[in-house]
Design a protein around this ligand. Structure first.
Ligand code: NAP
Length: 374
């Protein structure tokens, strides 16, 4: 084809994309230049190289996709090769680089971030595993990555924490997240800390888990209040940080509304059109014993620390969405998209009628939608 010959492509780039301008040059905090070039979109080149540790998880895959679309070269460290396969189509040839790593091995960490100007650390696990307890996965590991990033001259470090991170929390996970913030700041003083609330999306552990295991969300009489946030919004906020490498502060990213588990369970049953759960509300002591027993099965089940967290309200701190240029969306806007798969075939195309909010905010009203699959 005529338009695919190199000379025609070069001509197109010269005429259509135009000349270089000052906005193509970005000076990073360590004074290194990043120069963008090429056509916009999938084949763009932003001049930035980024490593995303913890990319194979729920948030990570959306972040890598957004970074790829910006023309960023992304290093995607993985532990299990199959988990890294989905990244292949997220960027043009050579843009997504997969590398095997081990969080305990400083050499593999250094190899993964040696050529990067920015490092995102999304590594986290909210339960103990056979090889890593909560503290080593959430605090010690991130501290190690930040130390190596500083030694290798990385200019921007972004650490994902949790909205409820606190050293005085009864939850070991929230304590470890607070310790990670300290370790990261110690090793990399200009790091940006991101504190999202509980996220919802296709692979979440919120809406999808409520649809399958409502009994575990009835703890505390389902009165625990959380501020659910859409995973796309958090990923977009994190991708936007690339344009603002000097922003070294803690950013709280809660959802726009504070909702009880009771409301969310109602929302799930009204969208899935399944009968409400008749399961009893378990006392905390019984749930803790059951969760300890459940640790003997080989797949991840509700952990004792998770039982503790089911009694902790999300921190009522203001969101910092303005700093990252994102407007967070309400959970009702996306609930049908993520919950439709739990409907029976008979109900599949029925409209979703949401339960009334206990105190509905002015901006959001229950609405009806047939095909909300945006
Ligand atoms: N999901 C939420 O609602 C939520 C809310 C607030 C904050 N956060 C935080 O946001 C970050 C991302 O969350 P997520 O939901 O995407 O988590 P996720 O789906 O559980 O993914 C966690 C990532 O961390 C990696 N990881 C865990 N333990 C590791 C270890 N010992 N060594 C190497 N890699 C390890 C996992 O790699 P493998 O795939 O190899 O296991 C995976 O890539 C986490 O730090 C989480 O604590 C999540």
């Amino acid at each position: 084809m005529l338009t695919s010959t190199p000379s025609v492509l070069r001509l197109q780039r010269t005429i259509v994309v135009g000349k270089r301008a000052y906005h193509d040059l970005q000076t990073l905090p360590n004074k290194k230049p990043a120069i963008s070039y090429g056509p916009p979109g999938y084949s763009a080149v932003s001049g930035r190289t980024v490593t995303v540790f913890g990319c194979t998880g729920f948030l990570g895959r959306y972040l890598v996709s957004k970074l790829g679309k910006l023309g960023t070269q992304v290093i995607v460290p993985y532990r299990e090769e199959d988990e890294a396969r989905l990244f292949k189509p997220m960027g043009d040839l050579g843009q997504i680089v997969r590398m095997e790593w081990d969080i305990r091995d400083e050499n593999t960490i250094a190899e993964c971030l040696r050529y990067s100007d920015t490092v995102y650390n999304l590594v986290g696990r909210d339960y103990d595993t056979k090889n890593f307890d909560i503290r080593s996965a959430n605090a010690v590991g991130p501290g190690r990555i930040a130390k190596i990033a500083a030694e290798c001259g990385v200019s921007q470090f972004i650490q994902v924490s949790h909205l409820n991170a606190s050293k005085s929390s009864p939850s070991k996970f929230y304590q470890a997240k607070a310790e990670a913030e300290e370790l990261v700041k110690e090793a990399f003083p200009t790091a940006t800390i991101i504190r999202p609330a509980t996220m919802f999306g296709y692979e979440d552990k919120l809406l999808t888990n409520m649809a399958v295991w409502p009994i575990w969300w009835k703890l505390n009489e389902a009165q625990t209040k959380i501020r659910p946030v859409h995973v796309f919004d958090v990923a977009q906020a994190m991708a936007n940080l690339l344009a603002n490498p000097q922003l070294s502060r803690t950013l709280n990213l809660p959802g726009p509304s504070t909702l009880t588990y009771e409301y969310l369970l109602d929302l799930v049953t009204s969208v899935t059109l399944q009968p409400p759960s008749q399961a009893p509300t378990l006392p905390k002591s019984v749930a803790t014993v059951l969760s300890k027993l459940a640790q003997n099965i080989w797949w991840p089940a509700l952990s004792p620390d998770e039982v503790t967290r089911r009694y902790i309200d999300d921190a009522e701190v203001p969101g910092d969405w303005d700093a990252v240029g994102v407007q967070p969306s309400e959970i009702e806007t996306h609930a049908l998209t993520y919950l439709r798969r739990y409907r029976s075939a008979v109900n599949f195309v029925r409209p979703a009628v949401f339960p009334p909010r206990p105190s509905p905010p002015a901006a959001v009203s229950p609405h009806t939608s047939f095909f909300d699959i945006s």
